[in-house]
Ligand binder design. Structure first.
Ligand code: TYM
Length: 350
């Protein structure tokens, strides 16, 4: 730690727009991952910005993963990305552990991040719960590795769901402290991109809980691998209330299940909540649910069909991830090398 004098040039460098984001292959992808993250990844790719997307397998092992299942889930998640519209020739798509610079920069950031900052991470508190003495050190340190994932590419934008906002803010704190302590303007202050109506998709069984791959009830979520019949059945059984849909979004504030289904509809239809309500106000779920079922099946079933097709050729998926890792590594290595030089490490290997 250097003295408290603010380095005058920090924050003035212009960084080229670059998008990075990641998803843990610690289970199947859900509708939450799709609407909160993947669909947005595709939009960023189609805006023509440089986009780098990562299956963060090093994050996945912060909780126990069966090795064979982890490999399978990583391939399946890669298939999900491609089926959802990520083009591995336009975006870089890879699995994190194939680019060792993530772990190396992660270590440097473990030495920048403060314990007090880590102790404030609400996701760790939620995940560790009463069991905090017994979870891995990796689970505690993971937000610092996430900062490394992002800053290793000097990414300026990170599309994520609402639950990752605090981790992206920590990433900014780590970048600012590194820049300040070493009197450089090396890492950008990355912006979280949390936009749209589905930044927090809730469980289909309990509108107060986030839709999650770790929920014990499969009925609580739509998996991207669910076929048309399963998608339809889950939405038909989704918890609702007895009311009719209101005219205004504010009137959904105390109706979590209704609000969640309207948000899902809006996100799938690329409409605003106002537009959805303009069509369905005054009507109950007897009318709304069949429309939601049709829309969800039309949008999601083709993704699961395409995932199955891609999963028939695992060698091709591995080839795509390997190619992506080579391209990611080419960006990451010079940034890691410069970081280590700034920190004061001897770099004399030829
Ligand atoms: P993960 O794997 O839990 O989730 C991946 C992405 O999906 C979003 N998401 C949701 N969005 C809306 N509603 C939901 N119910 C929902 N569930 C998940 C998450 O917000 C996230 O955007 N730490 C990260 C992975 C990560 C990462 C990164 C992300 C590692 N390094 C660097 C961005 C940049 C995580 O565990 O996400």
């Amino acid at each position: 730690m250097t003295d408290a004098v603010q380095t005058p040039h920090v924050g003035q460098t212009r960084f080229t727009p670059r998008v990075f984001s990641g998803i843990q292959p610690s289970g199947g992808l859900t509708l939450g991952n799709y609407l909160g993250a993947l669909k947005r990844f595709v939009q960023k790719q189609d805006e023509g910005i440089e986009t780098i997307y990562c299956l963060v397998d090093l994050h996945a092992i912060t909780t126990w993963q069966d090795p064979e299942k982890l490999r399978q889930q990583t391939r399946e998640a890669a298939a999900g990305f491609i089926a959802a519209g990520i083009d591995p020739t336009r975006s870089i798509l890879f699995n994190q552990s194939q680019v060792s610079a993530h772990a190396e920069l992660g270590w440097v950031f473990n030495c920048v991040a403060r314990l007090g900052w880590m102790n404030r991470m609400t996701q760790f508190k939620d995940k560790a719960g009463k069991n905090a003495e017994n979870v891995s050190l990796g689970l505690y340190a993971y937000p610092s590795l996430m900062a490394a994932d992002i800053l290793l590419y000097h990414a300026t934008q990170v599309p994520v769901g609402e639950d990752q906002k605090q981790h992206v803010e920590l990433t900014r704190d780590i970048a600012a402290k590194f820049n300040h302590d070493y009197k450089v303007d090396f890492f950008p202050l990355t912006e979280p991109v949390i936009q749209g109506v589905a930044t927090r998709v809730m469980s289909l069984r309990d509108g107060s809980k986030k839709m999650s791959k770790s929920d014990p009830s499969d009925q609580s979520r739509i998996n991207l691998t669910d076929d048309a019949d399963t998608i339809a059945a889950k939405f038909r059984k989704a918890k609702t209330d007895a009311g009719v849909l209101p005219d205004l979004p504010e009137a959904l504030a105390d109706r979590p299940e209704a609000r969640n289904l309207v948000n899902i509809y809006a996100a799938l239809a690329d409409q605003s909540v106002e537009e959805v309500l303009a069509e369905y106000a005054g009507r109950g779920f007897g009318a709304f649910k069949p429309a939601l079922v049709d829309l969800a099946v039309a949008k999601l079933a083709p993704i699961s069909t395409e995932m199955k097709r891609l999963m028939d050729d695992p060698a091709e998926i591995d080839r795509i991830l390997g190619d992506g890792a080579n391209r990611a590594d080419a960006i990451a290595q010079p940034i890691l090398a410069k970081t280590l030089e700034i920190v004061g490490m001897i770099r004399s290997r030829r």
